[in-house]
Write a protein that binds this ligand. Structure first.
Ligand SMILES: Cc1cc2nc3c(=O)[nH]c(=O)nc-3n(C[C@H](O)[C@H](O)[C@H](O)COP(=O)(O)OP(=O)(O)OC[C@H]3O[C@@H](n4cnc5c(N)ncnc54)[C@H](O)[C@@H]3O)c2cc1C
Length: 452
């Protein structure tokens, strides 16, 4: 028997691939290793945002004096962690319910491995298919030595949400989006956090001015050791002893948040071609996500353009269309990233570094929030916005934002970019007063003056 399609992985990408696939055929299979509730709901987007929400609400309550209110608030971190898990369980239950409603004969639990370009093996049995969507996602990179040494004092984003209550102190190794979000939330919930950052980069911003501003602002509340990594990590009676340079600190836990590793390496792709030993060199089409000339498409975090949930879902759906219809680009969305730090970071369209790397000519419109009306009213007047535009026709190319509620501004700008907005067309839009959206107009006016 030969299936029309086999989907490997039932995360965000695999779920949307399956929902699309059943519109095309009943002769399909979805294979998943592990729970059928998606990484996003279980240990990713959702529990992290619940934790961050508690942390930010506590922080706001503890800093009410700046808006003229005195309050005495206390935190019970076991209640906070209970809430994280209770909400997480409701999100995973909803996802699992969907998978439970799929036909039993469509689903297999187990780890798939390719035998050749049309055959996979699962639990010792082989399955043939005309085409494949690979949506196997990724797993946290871990330092094996540290994990062996520290045992239960070693955490990753997969295990951190299981803490019954929060500890007194924690070292976070990494300064990317996941590291920053978790570190700042922990700090705001009363954990004494030290970040070890390999480089001088925090979160997702690539614009040097905004990156500098973010480092300055976030360093006010978080102890960040830039360009510093632990040299020695030891489990002692007091906890985790970390040596760096001539310094030693002792913390309760070490959270390893140094990025994620694709599960593609476990799929036996080398059985399709011996050239596929190194997944960094896979002949994968950057737009269609097709593997060489095979009817195989790789989507989501397994080989991400952007490792974010909405891209994984979109790619899963469109990759299925590529299996059944004409092969087309599946990377059609305007890029959008949000870091739920405080202030939030967001990028949309092309970021500063991409414009530079691709040698694209651009002008920059800037708006600061220091003196911005609405930001001052809210008591959140920190950060800035940069909009990048084509210097001759004013087409908006991208933006980077560092401010509270950047998520809303970023969506507006991303949607405008999808509609090929220019400085002039955006300046013709209404801007209600006083709102954070007025900062977009300030940056656009700055751009308008520079257009040749
Ligand atoms: C802490 C954290 C916070 C995040 N926050 C956000 C956020 O706020 N917003 C956002 O957009 N994104 C966020 N992300 C990223 C987002 O979660 C991912 O981009 C998205 O979930 C990826 O989906 P996926 O389908 O590619 O992979 P996954 O959901 O990981 O699914 C892959 C599935 O494939 C299975 N699998 C692996 N190997 C095999 C095999 N050989 N055979 C069969 N099955 C296999 C896995 O077990 C898994 O079930 C966050 C991630 C983390 C870790």
């Amino acid at each position: 028997m030969t299936y029309d399609l086999i989907i490997i992985g039932a995360g965000s990408a695999g779920f949307s691939a399956y929902k699309e696939a059943i519109q095309h055929t009943d002769n399909l299979l979805i294979i998943n290793d592990g729970p059928w509730d998606t990484m996003c709901a279980r240990v990713g987007c959702m529990p992290s945002k619940v934790l961050i929400s508690s942390a930010n609400q506590l922080h706001d309550a503890q800093t009410l004096e700046k808006v003229g209110i005195k309050a005495n608030v206390q935190v019970d971190t076991s209640q906070v962690m209970n809430r994280v898990r209770t909400l997480r369980d409701s999100f995973t239950a909803a996802t699992k319910k969907q998978a439970d409603s799929w036909k039993a004969e469509h689903k297999i639990n187990g780890k798939a491995q390719f035998i050749d370009a049309h055959t996979v093996q699962v639990n010792g049995k082989t399955y043939r298919s005309k085409s494949f969507v690979i949506a196997v996602g990724s797993t946290p990179k871990i330092n094996q030595e540290w994990q062996n040494e520290l045992k239960d004092c070693f955490l990753t984003s997969d295990t951190v949400f299981e803490l019954p209550h929060l500890p007194k102190s924690m070292a976070v190794v990494g300064s990317g989006v996941i590291a920053l979000e978790l570190a700042q939330a922990m700090q705001r919930l009363g954990v004494n956090v030290t970040i070890f950052a390999r480089s001088k980069q925090l979160g997702s911003l690539t614009d040097p001015n905004l990156q500098e501003l973010a480092q300055k602002e976030i360093s006010k509340e978080l102890h960040i050791l830039f360009e510093t990594l632990p040299q020695q990590v030891k489990r002692t009676k007091a906890g985790v002893e970390i040596t760096y340079g001539s310094n030693t600190i002792t913390v309760d836990y070490l959270l390893n948040a140094t990025g994620r590793m694709s599960y593609l390496t476990t799929l036996g792709l080398e059985n399709i071609s011996t050239d596929y030993q190194d997944i960094k060199k896979l002949p994968l089409h950057p737009q269609t996500k097709q593997l060489d000339k095979f009817p195989i498409f790789i989507v989501g975090d397994a080989y991400p353009t952007l490792p974010v949930q909405h891209e994984a879902s979109q790619e899963g759906k469109l990759a299925v269309q590529n299996c059944f219809e004409k092969i087309q680009s599946i990377t059609s969305l305007t890029p959008l990233t949000i870091t739920f730090s405080s202030p939030e970071m967001a990028t949309c369209g092309k970021n500063y570094q991409q414009l530079k790397n691709e040698k694209i000519k651009f002008i920059t419109g800037t708006a600061s929030y220091e003196d911005q009306g609405r930001a001052k009213v809210l008591g959140k007047n920190k950060g800035a916005l940069k909009i990048y535009a084509n210097p001759s026709n004013g087409i908006i190319l991208g933006a980077e934002i560092f401010v509270e509620h950047a998520e809303h501004l970023a969506h507006l700008l991303a949607w405008s970019m999808t509609n090929h907005a220019t400085v002039d067309t955006l300046l013709e839009q209404p801007y209600y007063h006083p709102t954070l959206q007025e900062s977009i107009r300030t940056a656009l006016r700055d751009l308008k003056q520079q257009i040749q």
